[in-house]
Design a binder for this molecule. Structure first.
Ligand code: B16
Ligand code: MG
Length: 219
């Protein structure tokens, strides 16, 4: 395939924000009086804020909240999450991601973000990555959550590229499915068993280059 653009998920691909999401959701569960573990938290990866809240309430067996109360809990969780993110140092970027992004740019590849997070821009700014992105598509711009392809199709559109020339990097099963639904190649970041639908899966970006990407996708 001809690779013209790469689209990156944020949490779990560029930075591990899941641990901060976990701390903030756990604080809400503590307040509501039930246990919320890191195993439960796995179910929230790549899922939008309000859908995450629904999963958390299901874990706690809480069924009686009004829409207004739910929105308040989600807003409180986000406030705490943002306070953690504000303290996050730039070196929390996952290994070799900055180098890989630079490698893509040197090879003339366009780069977009494709994330469910409404805090994505603030996080990229904290990591000093904004100048490396040609487009940002995040939770503020989309109405259909992954596995719907909207987030990635919009990224391709903003970059002016056809989906078949785009490669998505994703750590969540629903995200890999969304990339495939968009007609794009997909590199899974994480475990091959869960991300089996991806064109190939790797644990992270360590030692990975644009030349490796081309070789893997043109095997
Ligand atoms: P926010 P991604 C996702 O990021 C996270 O994995 C998920 O846990 C979170 O609920 C979602 O963003 C929304 O985040 O509350 O900041 O809008 O993997 O799509 O980059
Ligand atoms: Mg993710």
């Amino acid at each position: 395939m001809k690779i013209n653009a790469c689209i990156f998920d944020l949490d779990g691909v560029i930075v591990d924000t899941a641990k901060y999401h976990y701390l903030a959701w756990k604080a809400l569960a503590d307040k509501l009086g039930f246990e919320f573990t890191e195993v439960h938290n796995e179910r929230l990866k790549g899922v939008s804020r309000m859908d995450s809240l629904e999963i958390l309430l299901e874990v706690g067996g809480i069924t009686h909240l009004s829409e207004e109360e739910k929105l308040k809990h989600a807003a409180d969780k986000n406030e705490l999450y943002v306070s953690f993110i504000k303290k996050m140092p730039a070196d929390e970027i996952l290994p070799n991601v900055r180098e890989f992004l630079n490698d893509l740019r040197e090879n003339g590849i366009k780069i977009s973000l494709g994330s469910a997070s409404k805090n994505a821009e603030m996080i990229l700014e904290k990591l000093e990555l904004m100048p490396l992105f040609d487009a940002i598509v995040d939770g503020r711009h989309i109405s259909n959550a992954k596995p719907d392809p909207e987030v990635f199709l919009r990224g391709a559109q903003e970059l002016g590229e056809a989906p078949e020339n785009c490669v998505v990097f994703e750590d969540a099963q629903a995200g890999v499915q969304a990339a495939k639904n968009a007609g794009m190649a997909c590199v899974g970041i994480g475990d091959a068993e869960t991300l089996g639908l991806a064109d190939f899966v790797m644990p992270g970006f360590e030692k990975f280059t644009f030349a490796d990407l081309k070789a893997q996708l043109n095997k």
